[in-house]
Design a protein around this ligand. Structure first.
Ligand code: PBG
Length: 332
């Protein structure tokens, strides 16, 4: 690229002088349309509880979901992502609670689709909130068995679609699951249910607080490095995305977010498809605790979200969704 212009005829500070001017030439902006709010659901009645490692984030019993969904609706956040906090006595080696039509996710879906039909709902397809070992798949001879796992994931996806899930989001990182899930959805006439594949998901330490939030942390003995991606690499991400698109994915997720902006940018540039970024629990926690301790200020949040837009993400899954949507509303 040839650089055009030079000092003193050209002064780059000229376009930064006034706020209105900076607004005028801004290339990226955040609106509530860009936000997806993750929500943790728990058993019981009339319960809203805090999560120690994620200040400001709560777990809701199903009957209490309307309290947060009303905010989502009034702030015009288009979609929520549901995650269950499964009680220990419902976890087992096979994660069979994932297929219970009365599990937390299915009950939440029925409530949301009944009372808030205009809010989009996305659901994770993976077994980790349900297994006694905390892994996303089935353990056979102490290894995660890819093909046996997919058989269950397909059933989990169909169940979620049946109760109104709009966006099926496989986050398990098994090979070949998108194709089989798409085939099963189509066979059951769920042709309009879309698939957001967590195509690029790294084995990351930044998921720590989330594993606390869904109660899988203390269960997990080993890391997830035999199925989630190696953070030394980026090449894998092209084949992960390419395969998933061929298998029928409509959108792809890159996760974690902030420390993988290079990947977001490459995927967007090369595939020209909707890329969604997940600002994961550890990224949220790092910023939140830094603000709490006055190491960072509040503007760091919007700065972190803008980075995703600049990199090419069309939307961001973030625990800051409500907070930021409120700020945007107040500034309008
Ligand atoms: C589970 C899942 C994880 C997250 C979303 N879905 C954790 C993991 O893979 O261990 C992490 C989200 C976050 O950290 O905010 N398949």
């Amino acid at each position: 690229m040839k650089i055009i212009g030079s000092y003193p005829k050209t002064r780059l500070r000229r376009l930064r002088k006034q706020k209105w001017l900076r607004n005028l030439i801004s290339e990226n902006n955040i609106s509530p349309n860009d936000l997806i709010l993750p929500i943790f659901v728990r058993e019981g009645k009339n319960k809203i509880e805090s999560i120690k490692t994620m200040p400001g984030v709560k777990r809701y019993s199903v009957d209490k979901l309307p309290s947060i969904l009303k905010k989502v609706k009034s702030l015009k956040i288009p979609m929520v992502a549901l995650f269950p906090y499964t009680p220990n006595n419902k976890k087992n080696k096979q994660g069979s609670e994932a297929l219970n039509p009365n599990n937390l996710i299915c009950r939440s879906l029925r409530l949301i689709k009944n009372r808030f039909p205009d809010i989009g709902v996305m659901c994770d397809v993976a077994l980790d909130p349900y297994t006694s070992h905390g892994h996303d798949g089935l353990l056979v001879n102490n290894e995660i068995d890819n093909d046996e796992t997919i058989k269950i994931l397909v059933k989990q996806a169909i169940l979620q679609a049946k109760y109104g899930c709009d966006v099926i989001a496989p986050s398990d990182m098994m090979d070949g699951r998108i194709g089989l899930i798409r085939k099963a959805l189509d066979k059951e006439k769920f042709t309009d249910v879309s698939i957001l594949s967590y195509a690029v998901k790294y084995a990351s330490s930044f998921y720590g607080p989330f594993r606390d939030a869904v109660g899988s942390k203390s269960k997990l003995k080993k890391d997830k490095k035999t199925y989630q991606m190696d953070y030394r690499n980026s090449l894998d991400s092209f084949r992960e995305v390419g395969f998933d698109l061929i298998e029928g994915a409509d959108m792809v997720m890159v996760k974690p977010g902030m420390i993988y902006l290079d990947i977001i940018s490459k995927i967007k540039e090369n595939f020209k498809i909707p890329v969604i970024a997940y600002q994961v629990s550890g990224e949220y926690g790092a910023i939140k605790f830094a603000i709490k301790n006055k190491v960072l200020n509040e503007e760091s949040i919007i700065e972190s979200l803008m980075a995703f837009k600049r990199a090419g993400a069309c939307a961001i899954v973030t625990y800051f969704a409500i907070e930021i949507a409120k700020k945007i509303k107040a500034s309008n």
